[in-house]
Every structure is written in structure tokens, then in C-alpha cells.
Ligand binder design. Structure first.
Ligand code: ATR
Length: 300
């Protein structure tokens, strides 16, 4: 355990509804322990209609930082004083940072994905990327790909119109990166040696026996898989990829790094590589030991 709560303890938390399955307190506690930081991180259940009051309460109570999860990532933007430009493009905020008397909204999901790719040595610059899905998580993935100057982006989604719409919107931001869109069976759109980023909830516990794509032509064209799901540890999509000797990583490191970036925003403390390794290994042990006996229900 890190220091006990006292008068100097900095208070953080996550707001959402439901909130009982959040893993964020566990992750931030690891940061506090490894850096000897005097902090406490709490889940806050925010009832429907109480979001504005909660944000005002954050100011009133001098809470040092809040994460925001489902269903408030979009609605919360209305009550903040300023929004980081990238969070604005993604259209969602998951981290609130107090700055003087203002509350600033950031999105660390895309940075978490970027840091996870870097941690696992998945090269992005100049590479062709295929993103499965076109919802909120896919938006973060597209923004990360644009920021990392990938070679091209192909969006595959169950509903083609949503993929087309996301492509149009994002293409306007960076015209020099070619973008394509189609349905999940349009595997012909995928370029050889692509990096696949799976952003849907398909294959998440308890529906572990489904995969958004099973076409073997797809897996023949992919070099790396990043699946944002972390429960189960290995999705069917990842399992399929491994049959084709594709390096596949799950969403736990993304979850970890989005939390780490929030911790950095709030405290200005940067963890060393060895501290990061220690925390991540510990998280893996706790989560996957826990899931053997007691299943974790949600991906945050
Ligand atoms: P999130 O914020 O987690 O991305 P979302 O915005 O609701 O959630 O997006 C969910 C994504 O998963 C969408 O791309 C959705 O496809 P549609 O646009 O066709 O709805 C995709 N998805 C969800 N359930 C799916 C399923 N059973 N098969 C295929 N795709 C699915």
C-alpha cells in the first residue's frame, strides 16, 4: 500500500453509470504505489441528470482529476471550460484536468493506443492500417493513425454508411493519407502487410466465440493485430490471427496507458520504463488471475 489517506491526500476518480466494473482505481493505485504518490482514486456513480452538478462538485471539492466513462464522454464536454483540440476532433473527453480555475477536457484513449503500439513495438509510420468498427473507439484509432502518419487507413464496419461517414469526416483533416471504407466482408480493400486495429465489442466476454472477421484472406494480409478488448485475454480474432503467425496484442496495455497519460496530466510525474513494466506486469497478474475465478464484465 502507498501512504494512508490523510489531509494531504490528492483526490481523483472516475465518473460513469454504471461504474462498478471499472478497473481504473486498481491501475491508479499501482501508479501511487510505484511513485510513492499520496493519492486516492475513487469510482463515482453519477445518476442520470446529475452530470452538471458532478462537474461543479469537482470544482467545489478541489478534486485533482476525474476520468469520464460511459455514458458521459460526449455530454461532459458541454460543462467544461476548454477542450483539447484532439479531444474535440474525437468528439469525446475521458480525462478532466483542473487548471487554475478552469476545467480542461482531454482524451487519453488515442494516446493510450499510441503508447501501447509503441510499447509493443508495432510500427505505425508509413504503414497501412485497417480499423475494424466505426464507433467511438474507432474515432480514437483513426486520430492516432493520422497523428502517427500512417501510409493509409481502411475502415471496415458492419454498417457501411458509418464507415463512409467517418472516412469523409477524418479525410478532411489530413488529405494526404489515403482512406478507404467498406463492410466487414470487403477484405479486398485491405492492403498486404497491414496493421489491424479491432475496435468493436465483438468477441468480448461473455461472447468469446465470435469474431468480427474470420475470412482467411484477411489474416493473410495482416502483420500485426491490436484488439481493444482485454477480456478475454485472447479474443477469437486474436486467436485466428495467431494461426497465421500474426503478432497480436489485447486491449489491456491500451487501458493501462490511457490511465498513465491521465496520471501524467494530473501530476506532471512521468514513470520510468522500469516502473511502467512493473505496474503493467502487476496489472496483468491481477486481472488475469482474477478473471480465472471471477470474470470481469466490461471493457472500459
Ligand atoms: P464504442 O464507443 O465502444 O466504439 P459504439 O460507438 O457503439 O461503441 O460503436 C460500436 C462499434 O462496434 C460499431 O462500429 C458497431 O458497428 P455498427 O456501426 O454497424 O453498429 C460495431 N459492432 C457492435 N456490435 C457488432 C456486431 N455484433 N457485429 C459487428 N459489428 C458490431
Amino acid at each position: 500500500m502507498s501512504e494512508k489517506i490523510n489531509g494531504k491526500t490528492h483526490v481523483f476518480g472516475v465518473i460513469g453509470n454504471p461504474i462498478e466494473h471499472t478497473q481504473s482505481p486498481l491501475i491508479h493505485q499501482l501508479f501511487y504505489e510505484v511513485t510513492q504518490y499520496n493519492g486516492t482514486y475513487n469510482p463515482f456513480y453519477v445518476q442520470e441528470g446529475m452530470l452538471h452538478k458532478s462537474i461543479e462538485g469537482m470544482k467545489g471539492l478541489s478534486i485533482k482529476g476525474l476520468n469520464v466513462t460511459i455514458p458521459y464522454k460526449i455530454d461532459v464536454m458541454e460543462w467544461l471550460d476548454d477542450i483539447d483540440p484532439t479531444a474535440q476532433i474525437i468528439g469525446a473527453v475521458n480525462t478532466i484536468v483542473p487548471c487554475k480555475d478552469k476545467l480542461i477536457g482531454y482524451n487519453t484513449d488515442w494516446i493510450g493506443l499510441k503508447m501501447a503500439c509503441s510499447y509493443h513495438k508495432i510500427p505505425l509510420q508509413g504503414r497501412d492500417c485497417v480499423i475494424i468498427g466505426s464507433g467511438g473507439a474507432a474515432r480514437s484509432a483513426v486520430v492516432m493513425c493520422l497523428e502517427e502518419n500512417v501510409g493509409s487507413i481502411t475502415l471496415l464496419n458492419r454498417t457501411c454508411e458509418k464507415a463512409d461517414q467517418l472516412k469523409r469526416e477524418m479525410q478532411a483533416l489530413k488529405k494526404d493519407i489515403p482512406m478507404y471504407s467498406g463492410t466487414l466482408d470487403q477484405v479486398d480493400l485491405v492492403k498486404s502487410h497491414s496493421i489491424a486495429i479491432q475496435t468493436t465489442s465483438v468477441g468480448m466476454y461473455p461472447q468469446e466465440n465470435i469474431s468480427p472477421i474470420i475470412d482467411e484472406d484477411f489474416f493473410q494480409k495482416v502483420d500485426f493485430i491490436v484488439d481493444i478488448i482485454y477480456n478475454p485475454k485472447e479474443t477469437l480474432f486474436m486467436k485466428k490471427g495467431k494461426e497465421y503467425h500474426i503478432k497480436a496484442v489485447n486491449g489491456l496495455s491500451m487501458l493501462f496507458f490511457q490511465a498513465l497519460k491521465a496520471f501524467e496530466y494530473w501530476t506532471d510525474i512521468t514513470l520510468t520504463t522500469s516502473q511502467i513494466n512493473r505496474c503493467l506486469q502487476r496489472l496483468e497478474t491481477i486481472i488475469y488471475h482474477q478473471t480465472k475465478n471471477e470474470k470481469v464484465n466490461v471493457n472500459e
